[in-house]
Design a protein around this ligand. Structure first.
Ligand code: 9WN
Length: 439
């Protein structure tokens, strides 16, 4: 049995360690997820980072979100990477040379600078902005933080709910496995079979300079990621009239959109305007999510593949994240909790949640999103449990989170059964969310 670090002295060490990671990964305008593996600014990482950073420096947390949104496109999309122009092009693949946002993305409204990717990540940003505001409302008001961010956040959500409603059912679709942020989840395997991979010789994977091949996606996965991104780029990143070879409605992505719509409602009220349209939108999205993605028999949400218009027959952690939605029907919450504590997701040794079904045919405890437990998903699920008044389960998850984050050196992910650290270390969102759970 692995004891949790409950003593205040442990917490102090943990807090110092987490702060050191965030200070070390700060570039002056934003925070890199990792100095080695991910040396630019990532979209959902920045949102999680801002949520933790607010406990160290509210100004930096504001800056984190502001610098990300400086890369927003005129069509409203918030790109998944904002590139640091000071770094050599081979620091990360795919580099700005590959995405060519300022050229290929011109019609869709990419800014002339900074260079960015052309795809998106889950919309955690309005939630982050609201939490950063609440950390110091007087400072936030003095700097007009929410007033400046609000139109950008609203345009971001509008983009997702118009251009990305590819299924016509009122949910946002993702068009690349990097978009839901759970890149090589077995949930995408079937859909990816339709994609002819770019040959491995056509690109060089910089990730393997820093990450262990057994912890990372395969070359075949990368071939498909490159093909999909190339096709999108060749179409000018224009969603109108484009048939995406990969088009999926993801539960985590849409649940975060609901929570962020509720945050936008709170932001609107704080600014003295009407929050009701956002509250109504959140309620609509919640209903649609349940109608289109809830699988009663499996006791969790499933991704919907828009090419076959069917639910993907795999259990991924994404399907548990809708717990963060406050307006979820009570019986759905009850089923989700049973699933969380059942054979597919209960990892008693770490008390964390694996990224994929422990009993699933594709389960792999070390390979990225095919089994390892991640800290952002644990943070979201514990937040969801608290939202529904399930304090005991939330406390258990929080303890597991803090124990494993500290023990693993703020790893990117861990083996859910042993807690062995995997991926990169000193990973920013692991450190940031540690700080948040300690405060
Ligand atoms: C591709 C930065 C990102 C996270 C994703 C995670 C991983 C990138 C990669 O790292 O993806 O975007 O190169 O593997 O899957 O969730 O945002 O930390």
């Amino acid at each position: 049995d692995r004891p949790a670090p409950t003593a205040p002295a442990d917490h102090l060490t943990l807090r110092r360690g987490a702060a050191r990671v965030l200070l070390g990964n700060w570039t002056g305008t934003s925070t890199v997820p990792s100095r080695t593996l991910y040396p630019h600014q990532w979209s959902w990482d920045s949102a999680f980072i801002a949520i933790g950073l607010r406990h160290l420096s509210v100004r930096r947390a504001q800056r984190e979100l502001e610098s990300l949104l400086a890369g927003q496109w005129a069509d409203g999309r918030v790109p998944h990477i904002v590139f640091n122009p000071a770094l050599p092009h081979d620091a990360y693949f795919p580099s700005p040379d590959f995405w060519q946002s300022s050229r290929a993305g011109r019609t869709a409204g990419a800014p002339p600078s900074p260079e960015t990717s052309g795809i998106v990540q889950p919309p955690v940003h309005a939630l982050a902005a609201w939490l950063v505001h609440r950390a110091d409302p007087a400072e936030s008001r003095r700097r007009g933080f929410l007033a400046r961010l609000r139109p950008r956040l609203a345009a971001w959500h509008d983009y997702l709910l118009t251009r990305r409603d590819l299924g016509g059912g009122g949910l946002a679709a993702v068009v690349h496995p990097w978009e839901p942020g759970m890149d090589n989840s077995p949930c995408w395997d079937r859909a990816l079979e339709r994609v002819e991979p770019t040959p491995p010789g056509a690109f060089r994977r910089a990730d393997l300079d820093h990450g262990h091949p057994a912890d990372r996606p395969t070359d075949l996965d990368y071939g498909r990621y490159v093909r999909l991104a190339t096709d999108y780029r060749e179409a000018g990143y224009d969603d109108r009239g484009l048939t995406h070879r990969f088009a999926v409605e993801d539960p985590c992505f849409n649940a975060l959109l609901v929570v962020s719509e509720l945050a936008l409602a709170a932001i609107a009220r704080e600014l003295g305007t009407n929050g009701e349209p956002h509250t109504a939108r959140a309620a609509r999205l919640t209903r649609r999510m349940v109608t289109r993605l809830w699988d009663e028999d499996a006791g969790l949400f499933r991704a919907r593949d828009l090419h076959t218009d069917t639910l993907v027959d795999e259990r991924g952690v994404s399907g548990l994240i809708p717990l963060v939605v406050p307006g979820l029907p009570t019986d759905v919450v009850r089923h989700l909790c049973t699933t969380l504590d059942g054979p597919h997701f209960d990892a008693p040794a770490t008390r964390l949640v694996p990224s994929y079904d422990l009993t699933g045919h594709a389960f792999d405890p070390t390979r990225y999103w095919r089994g390892p437990a991640w800290f952002n998903t644990a943070w979201l699920i514990q937040r969801g449990l608290r939202t529904h008044g399930l304090q005991e389960g939330a406390a258990r998850l929080r303890d597991g989170f803090l124990a494993e984050a500290g023990r693993s050196g703020f790893a990117e992910y861990v083996d859910p059964s042993t807690g062995a650290a995997r991926g990169t270390r000193q990973f920013s969102w692991t450190a940031a969310l540690t700080l948040d759970l300690l405060c």
